[in-house]
Design a protein around this ligand. Structure first.
Ligand SMILES: [Zn+2]
Length: 258
């Protein structure tokens, strides 16, 4: 593995500065600056990964992958705090779930590389505590049906190709893409595969109650084309997310990403 020391040092610096600002009390303009610095650094990581892939240096490509996941995870957390301060809890929720899934992904890749992931685990647990402490309990949906699971690494049928979901291959995390899905059922579940797939409103007193803000709203947000506008609304997106248990003690543990 051959990553330039200069690049690793810059990652350490960007990650440390950003993490210093991942608190509600921090100044919003500094949080926005940290997001900008991450955005400026990510193309350098992408270029480094491109070179690693070109030279078939898989450990280097996967090292860049966990750095990308860690930085975009912290970026999502910073964005969450800004949106909470801006009274946009629904977007903040999506950022939180994005942060959890990216930090969980960084944990996986580091373990795959035989590297310690304790600090990343601690950060993931902190984000799970944030979920329970700052957001009301959510109701989630799970979709059941039949479809073809396409592998993101090779594009083949996942049941036949041999790649494993959640493992990194030459700087890319393996996941599956559902094709030609025939939906057979939609269930309400406590532990969904995707925590962005949640019930957002329900009927109350002739209006719609927002399950996040608890405001009664005259009109629902615009439903996606082809959906029943009168139905309970759910938000869905493609994202891998994990779940776990909260541990108050973790808030005193090191969550440093460097
Ligand atoms: Zn495959």
């Amino acid at each position: 593995m051959s990553l330039a020391n200069e690049l690793v040092a810059e990652y350490d610096s960007v990650a440390h500065e950003a993490q210093t600002l991942t608190f509600l009390a921090r100044a919003s303009e500094l949080q926005r600056d940290a997001i900008e610095k991450i955005d400026q650094f990510l193309p350098r990581l992408a270029e480094c990964k491109r070179v690693a892939v070109q030279t078939s240096d898989e450990p280097a490509a996967n090292t860049v992958l966990w750095m990308e996941l860690a930085l975009t995870g912290v970026r999502a957390e910073l964005s969450m705090w800004l949106k909470l301060k801006g009274e946009d809890p629904e977007e903040a929720w999506d950022d939180l779930i994005g942060a959890q899934s990216r930090i969980e992904g960084a944990c996986r890749v580091r373990r795959q590389l035989g590297q310690d992931a304790t600090r990343f685990d601690n950060l993931l647990h902190k984000l799970l505590v944030v979920e329970r402490a700052l957001f009301p309990p959510q109701m989630f949906n799970s979709v059941g049906g039949i479809g073809r699971r396409e592998c993101s690494i090779c594009g083949g049928d996942y049941s036949e190709c041999g790649h494993i979901v959640g493992r990194a291959y030459m700087g890319e995390m393996c996941h599956t893409v559902l094709r030609n899905l025939q939906v057979h059922e939609v269930s309400i579940v406590d532990n969904p595969a995707n925590k962005r797939c949640r019930i957002t409103h329900f009927s109350d007193s002739g209006m719609m109650r927002n399950k996040m803000t608890w405001r009664l709203e005259e009109r629902c947000p615009e439903p996606p084309p082809g959906t029943n506008a009168g139905a309970t609304l759910v938000r869905m997106s493609q994202d891998l997310s994990g779940d776990g248990t909260s541990d108050p003690e973790l808030l005193t543990s090191s969550t440093d990403l460097t």
